[in-house]
Write a protein that binds this ligand. Structure first.
Ligand SMILES: [Fe+2]
Length: 260
């Protein structure tokens, strides 16, 4: 509780008015009981009021992507944002890329549930093939990048991908992905200024205030058309394809580190 309150004070001091708590769900390793999550949520909400911390707490989850995601969400609407059944924050694997991503996203959209992909800039596959994310966004999928990615905290590849996604208007939300008060704190301001630098002040405001507000209200957001990525390979954050030599080096490096 002490750590949670420290985090809440950090967020409030950074200008955050509402925090959406997104514990993992349907995850292979982290699977908290929903009852325990609800109980912790209520306890923390009460503690915020008691300690006069000006922060609203709302509930959602970071749901692991799965072939049966839609039926899982219909059985557990509490995993969607505010339990409204309209938006779901979902996480793709960091390594590899499931064959059913497009199909599952399309199925969710058809049923009125908008998938919000959590930190796609951290997926190795999407770093190498950003056009795949463009195709999802063009279909109506939304994207949340981590504030820390834009600041280089998840490595140069994630940083470059996050910047590319912002430039191509493929980013709709900025997430703190906060885990604690020290290494992964709940702050957004610094990253929001990077968004402003890359995509303009209006976009920075949209991804931190306007669109998250609509999502929490259960309103379907009208976002700008993304700028197409047509090239089917890795792209620099400047928008130019990565050179052949760098691609060979990256491939060789990946093979070397995986021991094969
Ligand atoms: Fe995540």
């Amino acid at each position: 509780m002490e750590e949670a309150l420290t985090m809440a004070r950090l967020a409030a001091a950074d200008g955050t008015g509402t925090i959406v708590a997104t514990p993992h769900a349907l995850h292979s390793r982290f699977r908290p009981e929903q009852e325990a999550v609800a109980e912790a949520f209520n306890r923390l909400s009460a503690a915020l009021a008691e300690n006069r911390i000006p922060l609203r707490l709302q509930q959602a989850a970071e749901v692991s992507f799965a072939p049966d995601l839609r039926t899982q969400l219909e059985a557990h609407p509490e995993l969607t944002v505010n339990g409204q059944g309209r938006y779901v924050l979902t996480e793709l694997p960091f390594v590899g890329y499931p064959t059913y991503v497009t199909e599952v996203c399309f199925d969710l959209l058809l049923h009125g549930i908008v998938p919000i992909i959590a930190h796609p800039e951290r997926s190795q596959h999407l770093q190498q093939h950003p056009h795949l994310l463009y195709e999802l966004v063009a279909q109506g999928v939304m994207v949340q990048v981590n504030a820390g990615s834009l600041l280089g905290q998840f490595g140069p590849e994630a940083e470059a991908a996050a910047r590319l996604f912002v430039r191509h208007r493929m980013v709709h939300l900025l997430g703190s992905d906060a885990h604690n008060s020290q290494k992964r704190p709940p702050v957004l301001q610094e990253a929001a200024s990077v968004v402003a630098e890359l995509g303009g002040e209006e976009l920075a405001r949209n991804v931190t205030v306007l669109w998250p507000g609509d999502i929490l209200a259960g309103i379907y957001v009208q976002v700008a058309e993304p700028i197409p990525i047509k090239y089917h390979g890795p792209i620099r954050s400047s928008g130019r394809p990565v050179g052949l030599w760098q691609r060979i080096k990256a491939r060789w490096g990946a093979n070397a580190s995986s021991g094969g």
